[in-house]
Design a protein around this ligand. Structure first.
Ligand SMILES: [Zn+2]
Ligand SMILES: [Zn+2]
Length: 158
């Protein structure tokens, strides 16, 4: 179901660390796609914030409606469309440190690390890992360790 208001969100979803404004389709329709799966994802994300990172985590992008997804050139089967993916960063950690924590936690099935300074994490039903650098664009790997290794070796100027 579509959730439109903060009130509805707060009534239906238990999300201590991330409010409606952080998870909604930002700068677009301001809606959230609420399903059992997206509820479960928020639960995982709150757990990740509280017990794994233990520091404030900022979400740049969680739910994306089809029109926004198309506008920004997201993939047609993007997990963001189901609100089971997030792009995030932590002011107190480097992206590779945050990626490593996400990897070690085993909470996510898809993990990408971006030179722009964020990681993507999702719970879509497949395992996939990637890194994105200015030099090579997006490259996919079977394991997160490989993706991270590639990221660290190819990152510009580091
Ligand atoms: Zn939208
Ligand atoms: Zn993403």
């Amino acid at each position: 179901m579509y959730i439109i208001t903060k009130e509805e969100f707060e009534l239906n979803v238990d999300s201590k660390y991330f409010g409606f404004d952080e998870v909604k389709c930002k700068n677009c329709c301001n809606m959230f796609w609420l399903t059992e799966k997206s509820k479960a994802f928020l639960k995982i994300l709150n757990h990740f914030r509280k017990s794994v990172v233990k520091k404030p985590v900022r979400l740049t992008n969680l739910y994306r409606c089809p029109s926004k997804n198309q506008k920004i050139g997201g993939s047609k089967d993007s997990a963001h469309l189901e609100a089971i993916a997030v792009d995030m960063f932590c002011d107190d950690l480097s992206v590779d440190e945050l990626y490593r924590k996400a990897l070690k936690s085993s909470l996510f099935s898809g993990l990408g690390v971006y030179e722009e300074g964020f990681i993507h994490a999702d719970i879509k039903n497949r395992n996939i890992f990637w890194c994105s650098t200015k030099k090579h664009g997006v490259e996919y790997f079977k394991t997160g360790e490989e993706a991270l290794k590639r990221f660290l070796s190819e990152r510009e100027g580091k």
